[in-house]
Design a protein around this ligand. Structure first.
Ligand code: SF4
Length: 419
C-alpha cells in the first residue's frame, strides 16, 4: 500500500534539490574541522573575524550582522548557522500538534501588506465567530492529542477584553490541559486601551482567565520609517516591546516575529533583531524567533516583488547567528511552503511549527502555495526525516513530548492517532 506520507505535492521534484543542499552544507559542517577550515580560508578579513566570533560563541555586533547580509556568501553563513544550530540542538527539529482559531478578520486597521482583513464597513465579506462557534472548534479536538490552540485574528471593534476573557475561561473549563497561546500585541494593545486598563492590568486579567503565552505577531518591522508606510496606525515598536516585556515579567513566555522581504533594507532587519535581542537579554522570556516572509497577493503591496529563496535562506542564517540568546528559530511552514521549510533546516532553523489542521487563512489569502495548511503528525515526522533530521514533538514551551527518531513511518501510517 502506498504510504500516505509519500504523497506530498511536488515531493519528487524537490527531493533532489533539497538533498543536494543538505549534502553540501552538512558536508561543510559534518565535522568541526570543516567549518573551522571554511572560516580560516575566508578571504575577506572582516567576514573571517565574524566567523571566528561565531565559533568562539561570542556575540556579533549590529555592523557585523549587516556585513553578513551585504557581503557574506550564502554558503559561508549557511554553514556557520548550521554549526550554531547543531551546537544548540544537534539534529533535533521540533514541532507540535496544534490548531488555530481566528475569531474574525474584521479589523480597525489597514496594514498595507495584509491580505486577510476587512474593514468593519465591509464585515459582510469577512467572518465574526461567536463564543459558541469557537467552542465548537475546540470540541472538535476532544480526544485528540493536540497540545496548543493558537488564537489570533483581526482587531474587531466589538470583540473586547471581556469577550475574550470569557472565551479563555470556557476553553480552560472544557480542556484545562490545552495551552492557550493567543493575541498579537496589536490585538492586546487595542483591547487594553478600549477597556481603559494598563498593560499590566489587562495582561493579568487575561492571564487569570487562561491565557498561557503570547504569539509573536504584529511586530512587522520596528523602524518607524517603514512602519509609517506598511502599518501606520497600529501599535508602534515601543508599544509592542512593552506588551511582551509585561508578559515576561508576569512569568508568561512569548515568541517574536519579523515580517521581511518587502520594502525594508538590511539595516532595518538588524535594528529589529537587535531590539528583540536586547529585550531577551533583559527578560529571557522569548522562546522562538519567527521570520515571516512577505507574500504579495491580494494586498496593497502587490507591486512589491517577493524575496527569492536564496534571500529567505540568507535571512534565516543571519537570524540564527545574530539572535544568539533566542533558543529557537522557527520556520512557519504554511507561509514558506513545506519544501522551502525543509531547506531552512540546513540554515539554522530547528522548529517547523505544527500540524495546523487547515485552521488558518492568513497566509493562504496572501498567496502561499499552502492553500489548506494541514499536516498529520506522520507527514510532519516524514518531512523532517526526509532531510535527515530528528523529529521531536514538543509542547508550546519546548518540553519534549516524544522523539520520533526511531519510530517507523509505516507503523505511524497504520496508527490513526498520528493521522
Ligand atoms: S495585519 Fe493584523 S492589524 Fe493589520 S490589518 Fe491585518 S489583521 Fe489588522
Amino acid at each position: 500500500m502506498k504510504s500516505k506520507w509519500t504523497s506530498f505535492p511536488g515531493r519528487r521534484k524537490f527531493s533532489f534539490v533539497i538533498l543536494k543542499f543538505i549534502q553540501i552544507y552538512r558536508g561543510m559542517n559534518s565535522g568541526k574541522t570543516l567549518v573551522h577550515a571554511l572560516v580560516k580560508n575566508q578571504p575577506l578579513a572582516a567576514l573571517r573575524a565574524i566567523g571566528e566570533k561565531v565559533l568562539n560563541k561570542e556575540r556579533i555586533y549590529a555592523e557585523e550582522g549587516l556585513l553578513l547580509f551585504e557581503k557574506a556568501p550564502l554558503s559561508y553563513i549557511g554553514a556557520l548557522a548550521n554549526h550554531v544550530r547543531e551546537q544548540l540542538h544537534g539534529h533535533k527539529t521540533y514541532f507540535n500538534r496544534n490548531f488555530h482559531i481566528e475569531p474574525t478578520n474584521v479589523c480597525v486597521f489597514s496594514c498595507a501588506f495584509c491580505s486577510y482583513s476587512r474593514l468593519y464597513a465591509h464585515r459582510d465579506e469577512g467572518w465574526e465567530l461567536s463564543l459558541e462557534q469557537m467552542m465548537d472548534m475546540v470540541r472538535k479536538y476532544d480526544g485528540k492529542a493536540v497540545t496548543e490552540v493558537h488564537i489570533v485574528g483581526g482587531v474587531h471593534p466589538k470583540m473586547n477584553l471581556s469577550f475574550f476573557a470569557e472565551l479563555l475561561k470556557k476553553i480552560k473549563n472544557h480542556r484545562p490541559d490545552l495551552h492557550i497561546k493567543g493575541f498579537t500585541a496589536v490585538e492586546l494593545d487595542y483591547m487594553f486601551k478600549k477597556a481603559k486598563l494598563t498593560t499590566e492590568e489587562g495582561m493579568k486579567s487575561l492571564h487569570e482567565s487562561g491565557l498561557d503565552s503570547l504569539p509573536g505577531g504584529g511586530a512587522e518591522i520596528f523602524a518607524s520609517d517603514i512602519r509609517e508606510i506598511i502599518c501606520p496606525d497600529k501599535v508602534d515598536a515601543e508599544g509592542w516591546i512593552h506588551i511582551h516585556r509585561t508578559a515576561h515579567r508576569l512569568g508568561m513566555h512569548s515568541n517574536a516575529t519579523m515580517l521581511y522581504g518587502h520594502i525594508e533594507k538590511y539595516h532595518h532587519r538588524i535594528d529589529h533583531m537587535e531590539r528583540l535581542r536586547n529585550l531577551q537579554d533583559e527578560t529571557g522570556g522569548f522562546n522562538a524567533f519567527i521570520p515571516l516572509k512577505f507574500r504579495n497577493k491580494q494586498n496593497d503591496m502587490s507591486h512589491v516583488p517577493e524575496s527569492s529563496v536564496i534571500e529567505d535562506m540568507k535571512l534565516y542564517a543571519v537570524s540564527r547567528l545574530f539572535m544568539d540568546n533566542f533558543p529557537h528559530l522557527k520556520a512557519y511552514w504554511p507561509m514558506l511552503g513545506r519544501q522551502n521549510a525543509q531547506l531552512t533546516l540546513s540554515f539554522g532553523v530547528n522548529d517547523l511549527d505544527g500540524t495546523i489542521d487547515d485552521s488558518t487563512k492568513i497566509y493562504s489569502m496572501a498567496g502561499s502555495e499552502e492553500k489548506h495548511p494541514s499536516l498529520s503528525t506522520t507527514q510532519l515526522v516524514a518531512l523532517i526525516k526526509q532531510v535527515k533530521r530528528e523529529p521531536v514533538e514538543r509542547d508550546t514551551l519546548y518540553h519534549e513530548i516524544k522523539n520520533y527518531k526511531h519510530i517507523d513511518l509505516a507503523a505511524m501510517d497504520a496508527d490513526a492517532s498520528y493521522n
